[in-house]
Design a protein around this ligand. Structure first.
Ligand code: ADP
Ligand code: ADP
Length: 229
C-alpha cells in the first residue's frame, strides 16, 4: 500500500492569501513524484499538509483511499517518514540519534542503517557499534552528515511513504552526489514525494510536478519537460 492522492487541495495560512489553489496529483504506491518550483511556490506546504501539521481548507488528501483526517496521528506518523533538509540532532550518541527512528531497534539494525546511509565513514567504529558521541564533535556535523543521520533514522523506521526534502544549502558536489545516492536507495520501493530545488536532481522521478504560485504549471517526466523547453 501507500498510494498518496491530493484532490483539488486548497490551503491558506492566512485568510487573505491562498497558498495552494487547487492542487491534484497522485503518487502510486512505490512510485516517486517530485515537486519542483521557485521558492515560495508552496512545495513545503504540500509536505506539511500530508503530515497534518495543518489541515486543508478545501479538497482532500487520501492515503490508500482514506482521507488522512480519518487516520489517527499514530497511524499517520507510522505511515510517513520524513527526511528534512535540516535535521535536529540530540546531543547524545550517534546510535541514539539513529535509533530515534525506531525506539527499541537492535544494535545490529542501527549499525546496518548507518551503513546503508553511509555514515559509517565518519563515525569511529567500536565493538558495540556506533558509539561515537555526537557531542565529541559538538553539534558540528555538516549538513550532509546530518542528512545522512536522518536517512539512517528513516531506514530504521521503514515507512511505506517518504517525504524527502532535498537540501538547498550548498553541499559540495561530491557530498551532494553521495546524499543523492543514499536518498535514492532509501526511496526505492517506497512511495516517495521529493521536494526538489533543481530539475537535475530528479531525473529518475516517475512524474515531476512544477508548482508555481500554488498551482501546477507543468507536469511530466524529465524527458517530457525538457522537450517542452
Ligand atoms: P516553498 O517550499 O515552495 O519554498 P512554502 O510552501 O514554504 O514554499 O511557502 C509557500 C508560501 O507560504 C510562501 O509565500 C511562504 O511565505 C508562505 N508561508 C509558509 N509558511 C507560512 C506560515 N507558517 N505562515 C504564513 N505563511 C507561510
Ligand atoms: P514521535 O513523537 O511519535 O516519535 P515525532 O512527531 O517526533 O513522533 O516524529 C515522527 C516522525 O516524523 C519522525 O520520523 C520524525 O523524524 C518526523 N518528524 C516529526 N516532526 C518533524 C518535522 N517538523 N520535520 C521533519 N520531520 C519530522
Amino acid at each position: 500500500g501507500g498510494t498518496v492522492r491530493f484532490e483539488d487541495v486548497r490551503f491558506s495560512y492566512d485568510p487573505d492569501r491562498e497558498i495552494l489553489k487547487g492542487v491534484s496529483f497522485e503518487v502510486p504506491a512505490g512510485r516517486t513524484v517530485a515537486i519542483v518550483g521557485p521558492s515560495g511556490a508552496g512545495k513545503s506546504t504540500i509536505s506539511r499538509l500530508l503530515f497534518r501539521f495543518y489541515d486543508v481548507n478545501g479538497g482532500r488528501i487520501l492515503i490508500d483511499g482514506q482521507d488522512i483526517r480519518e487516520l489517527t496521528q499514530d497511524s499517520l506518523r507510522a505511515a510517513i517518514g520524513m527526511v528534512p533538509q535540516d535535521t535536529v540532532l540530540f546531543n547524545d550518541t550517534l546510535a541514539y540519534n539513529i535509533r530515534y527512528g525506531r525506539a527499541g531497534a537492535s544494535d545490529e539494525d542501527v549499525a546496518r542503517a548507518a551503513e546503508l546511509a553511509q555514515i559509517d565513514g565518519f563515525v569511529r567504529r567500536t565493538p558495540k557499534g556506533y558509539a561515537t558521541e555526537v557531542g565529541e564533535r559538538g553539534l558540528k556535523l555538516s549538513g550532509g552528515e546530518k542528512q545522512r543521520v536522518a536517512i539512517a533514522r528513516t531506514i530504521l523506521k521503514d515507512p511505506p511513504i517518504l517525504i524527502l526534502d532535498e537540501a538547498t544549502s550548498a553541499l559540495d558536489s561530491h557530498t551532494e552526489r553521495e546524499i543523492q545516492d543514499a536518498l535514492e536507495r532509501v526511496s526505492r520501493g517506497r512511495t516517495s514525494l521529493v521536494i526538489a530545488h533543481r530539475l537535475s536532481t530528479v531525473v529518475g522521478a516517475d512524474e515531476i510536478i512544477v508548482l508555481d504560485h500554488g498551482q501546477i504549471a507543468e507536469r511530466g517526466t524529465h524527458v517530457q519537460l525538457m522537450a517542452r523547453q
